[in-house]
Design a binder for this molecule. Structure first.
Ligand SMILES: *[C@@H]1O[C@H](CO)[C@@H](O)[C@H](O)[C@H]1NC(C)=O
Ligand SMILES: *[C@@H]1O[C@H](CO)[C@@H](O)[C@H](O)[C@H]1NC(C)=O
Ligand SMILES: *[C@@H]1O[C@H](CO)[C@@H](O)[C@H](O)[C@H]1NC(C)=O
Ligand SMILES: *[C@@H]1O[C@H](CO)[C@@H](O)[C@H](O)[C@H]1NC(C)=O
Length: 232
């Protein structure tokens, strides 16, 4: 599989909250009994996601092992198709024997649709007190070929990207007029790294970021408390 090529790997764009990655591949003839799955694997390396409620404190989505740096990445798989990000457009499987080169595209997209409460999450009050939302998340996405029989893993490309967001909210204003997007208005675009490196083990296995994350309430005064525990 030394000559498996990624002809074009385009970290296409990151706009309007949707990140798109796409690669065109050419796989040389594959012997009988050989199966190669080529596709995208993504991991989250860093997560800050803070919702501020005036002078009361903030709620924060956290992945404890990532936060204290006991792991450097956590899988961002769909939670079913580990280690892959998904199993529709995200992967392609070449089943040998094939006599000629096989050309195909694999693509993935990631988007963000969080729900945030207007009121302080640990109170019964529905009074809107949200004053700000800040996110800074980093991801590594690998274009990988895995041999179905031997599990031999070849990293073809490594992409890094980051999502940053800073929203100011005025809870006194009517609905629809409360939020103002502050910098950065333009996201940094995904970058192909000049070295492939190896994939950290936690990027390939359970739990994924969605199941490992927990919502904390971190008051300005007093002890932090868990609002939503991790699912895993
Ligand atoms: C495929 O593998 C099986 C089991 O390892 C073996 O018996 C068979 O001969 C192989 N076929 C080819 C075409 O290599
Ligand atoms: C990091 O946090 C996890 C989960 O709370 C804990 O099990 C682990 O011991 C912590 N590691 C370090 C180095 O603090
Ligand atoms: C993709 O994964 C789903 C589960 O999420 C499974 O039901 C389906 O069979 C899989 N499809 C393929 C092509 O592997
Ligand atoms: C990553 O690995 C693939 C496959 O070995 C190779 O073709 C590619 O050039 C490597 N990329 C970099 C930036 O080293």
């Amino acid at each position: 599989m030394g000559c498996l090529q990624s002809i074009a790997c385009k970290p296409k764009s990151f706009r309007d909250g949707v990140a798109v990655l796409q690669a065109l591949l050419r796989v040389p003839p594959v012997a009988a009994n050989e199966t190669w799955t080529v596709g995208w694997i993504q991991a989250c390396n860093h997560m800050e996601f803070y919702n501020t409620y005036g002078s009361k404190g903030m709620s924060s989505w956290e992945i404890p092992d990532l936060r204290n740096r006991s792991i450097q990445a956590i899988s961002d798989s769909d939670g079913v198709n580990y280690p892959w990000y998904g199993n529709t457009t995200e992967t392609y499987t070449v089943v040998g024997p094939t006599r000629s080169d096989c050309k195909f595209t694999v693509s993935m997209n990631d988007n963000f649709k969080p729900s945030i409460t207007w009121g302080v999450p640990v109170s019964d009050s529905n009074v809107p007190e949200l004053t700000g939302v800040r996110r800074d998340q980093s991801f590594t996405t690998w274009l990988v070929a895995i041999n179905g029989a031997t599990a031999e893993t070849v990293v073809l490309q490594t992409v890094r990207w980051r999502m940053r967001l800073n929203i100011r909210v005025d809870p006194e204003k009517p609905l629809g007029q409360r939020a103002v997007l502050l910098e950065p208005v333009d996201q940094e675009q995904p970058q192909i790294l000049s070295e492939n490196g190896s994939i950290p083990p936690n990027a390939l296995v359970k739990p994924n970021a969605n199941d490992a994350q927990m919502l904390m309430w971190r008051p300005l005064e007093g002890d932090p408390m868990v609002v939503i525990p991790p699912r895993y």
